[in-house]
Ligand binder design. Sequence first.
Ligand code: ATP
Ligand code: MN
Ligand code: MN
Length: 301
Amino acid sequence: SAVVPEKAAPSPVPEPDVKITSRDRVVFPDSGQTKGALADYYAAIAPLMLPFAGRRPISLVRCPQGRAKKCFFQKHDSGAFGDAVHHVPIREKDGGSEDYLYVEDARGILQCVQMGTIEFHGWGARTDDVEAPDRMVFDLDPDEGLDFADVKQAARDIRARLSDIGLVSFAMLSGGKGVHVVVPLTPGHNWEAHKDFARRFAEALSIAEPDRFIATMSKAKRKGKIFIDWLRNQRGSTAVVPYSARARSGAPVAVPIGWNELKKMKDAKPFSIDDAEKLVERATGKTLAGWGAASQKLPDL
Ligand code: ATP
Ligand code: MN
Ligand code: MN
């Protein structure tokens, strides 16, 4: 039976032997971190990140001139990545096939960073079967006026509703404004069932509590509410992976968090790329033991 996430690269993890050029280039102008600091962050965090980011089609947010200049979301190879950035062919709607990117080791991550990558976003399926989703994510996007406390409560309520239908879930701070509620799933259903389940779950919440939740993207109707972005769960969609840095002010990172820990959290983005050591240390603790791991099938809803 599939236990998610799968094991990280074999340990001890070798030092990624990737040449990082322009180490002194400032990538985060308002907080000062350089490309070198970003590369060092990813080298340190790679063993924690790979169980979630490895062998999964990924999209990259690349900002070759730093986050204040032009950034772009990249799904396909432009030819210039290194040998540790691999390709997986994925069927397109028109019947053709396109190569998507994936990595499986620290070298792959670092080669992306060398190419100006700040953020890593992953599909909800692994490269061994991209048609069989293995994680669902409810991306909670609060309207501007809302407090972090409202988002935290929403995440906990979603966890409880999921638990009611037998699903274990985990919380991740996105490194932005929101929280992602992550549901690992044993592959065995298709994208249509996956998306349908996510949509109906989000709609049920918005019908039960229309003052708090909304399940449609409409910005106009979002006033004072939390958009439960279930659209991350369709074929081809991505969500930011655990431990990815964000191309935002202060160089925050997306971090797994325990449910009890979340309750006490005052800040939506308590960690930045300066905190690699703290994050590595934290990952060995009790709060994060088993984070993201559950052996459970998508139930009928
Ligand atoms: P926040 O907490 O601030 O909402 P987030 O990572 O959840 O952070 P969203 O704007 O809600 O950010 O985006 C959700 C997901 O949509 C991202 O994690 C990413 O995978 C995907 N995404 C973001 N930008 C693009 C883009 N330009 N093209 C395709 N997908 C994108
Ligand atoms: Mn979001
Ligand atoms: Mn969103």
